[in-house]
Design a binder for this molecule. Structure first.
Ligand code: NI
Length: 174
């Protein structure tokens, strides 16, 4: 596995719309492995292929084990992910590995159902809530060239990560 370089703003490759994967082959499996390694090294809780300059619709997520979520501590690989249902609404802090040093307040759905293909090409459907639901929405946005800074709750809702940490608050980076 190889740790890939994570692109940061204002790199225009972050604004590209990624292409659907037609066939899950060795190349895609290697990409998934590298993305997991890169995300863990960062560290982050999610990573989209767009963030390493690859324009396939592929995302990887993993919540820390200590998170209160049935899927915490397990890597989730999703190819051609799609949101099939969303509900609820919550404003919370969100950080992005491609926007280092900042966090923003963003409104997201609190419950989502996502479908796509797993690393062997089998259809999967995942129900997620809370932080994991937020991470799915954030990563799927990346595949469409959208960053959380485009979705801030207001013009004054972007903060320095340092200020947050001084206040003892946390935000997942993804
Ligand atoms: Ni991100």
């Amino acid at each position: 596995m190889t740790i890939r370089q994570i692109l940061t703003v204002p790199d225009q490759r972050l604004r590209q719309k990624a292409r659907p994967v037609k066939k899950i082959d060795k190349e895609i499996q290697t990409l998934l492995d590298d993305m997991l390694e890169t995300m863990r090294d960062a560290p982050g809780i999610g990573l989209a292929a767009t963030q390493i300059g690859v324009d396939w619709r592929v995302i990887v997520l993993e919540l820390p084990e200590e998170e209160d979520d049935p899927l915490a501590g397990q890597p989730i690989f999703l190819v051609n992910p799609e949101l099939v249902s969303v509900s609820g609404n919550e404003e919370a802090h969100e950080g992005c590995l491609s926007v280092p040093g900042y966090v923003g307040l963003v409104e997201r759905a609190t419950e989502v159902t996502v479908q796509g293909l797993d690393r062997r090409g089998r259809k999967v459907r995942i129900d997620a809530t809370g932080l994991l639901a937020r991470a799915f929405q954030h990563e799927i946005d990346h595949l469409d060239g959208v960053l959380y800074v485009d979705r801030l709750s207001g013009p004054d809702k972007l903060f320095r990560l340092e200020e947050m940490e001084e206040r003892g608050e946390e935000a997942g980076e993804m």
